[in-house]
Design a binder for this molecule. Structure first.
Ligand code: PGA
Length: 254
């Protein structure tokens, strides 16, 4: 059975102090079920507090960004080696805010994916279309193009280590999530693409996530779908209570 993945993307929220408070609350609320992989993608400056605060739990630490070089004259950037010190095991790659606001190209995303895999990190690769593309009925074709570009010349063994998150841009931070049916249809198409290009084993084993206005009130609808194995959550992950509720999504099904 595929692992369930519940990931928090804190974006540019939380100081170290706020992170400490979050972790204290979370540890009172939480026992992560065995079959759920939970991850918090925190800002760089909160990683030390997160590492300390999550010690002894099975919540993994993720970084929202990195630059794909070991070291060098890259003012303002952070390398994977630097992240290792903070217990980071996951990295987010290709988030639409990085693509859109910071102009990350398909080329850079590809490079970051390779670097993360070579460094033994677990990447969550984000893809997703804008509303105009969905309106034209081209959402799946667009997302598959993003995938093709990122996976281009990766071996099957490398692809196997990636988690894909489908995050329609219009659903992010908008309060207007995709319907569970639309998300399922997209992830089904993505699984089909994986099957055609990398074989049944990889297609069946890769956890596929949905992201975009997921919250405790709607998470169960998504998690019930055959091809949705988890969620990448922004706004609703900032409170320990709601993040822990979503980790225990099975209890939210009633
Ligand atoms: P949201 O963000 O849950 O606030 O819509 C999701 C994301 O950007 O990963």
């Amino acid at each position: 059975m595929r692992k369930k993945v519940i990931a928090a993307n804190w974006k540019m929220y939380k100081t170290s102090k706020e992170t400490k408070e979050f972790c204290q609350k979370l540890s009172q609320l939480l026992a992560v079920p065995e079959a759920v992989e939970s991850i918090i993608f925190a800002p760089f400056t909160a990683l030390a507090a997160l590492k300390e605060g999550l010690a002894g739990t099975n919540v993994a630490i993720g970084a929202q960004n990195f630059y794909p070089q070991d070291e060098g004259a890259y003012t303002g950037e952070i390398s994977l080696n630097m992240l290792k010190e903070f217990g980071v095991s996951y990295v987010l790659i290709g988030h639409s805010e990085r693509r859109g606001i910071f102009g990350e190209s398909d080329e850079l995303i590809k490079e970051k994916l390779r670097k993360a895999l070579a460094g033994g990190f677990k990447p969550i690769l984000c893809i997703g279309e804008a509303w105009e593309i969905r309106e034209k009925g081209e959402a799946l074709a667009y997302c598959l193009k993003q995938l093709e570009s990122a996976f281009n010349d990766l071996s099957a063994a490398e692809v196997q280590k990636v988690i894909v998150a489908y995050e329609p841009i219009w659903a992010i931070g908008s309060g207007k999530s995709a319907t569970a049916e639309d998300a399922e249809e997209m992830l089904k198409g993505i699984r089909q693409y994986l099957n055609n290009n990398f074989g049944a084993e990889i297609a069946n084993e890769m956890p596929l996530l949905y992201g975009g206005s997921v919250k405790p009130e709607n998470i169960a609808q998504f998690m019930q779908k055959e091809n949705i194995d988890g969620a990448l959550i922004g706004g609703a992950s900032l409170k320990a209570e709601s993040f822990s509720q979503m980790i225990r999504f099975r209890e939210m099904q009633k």
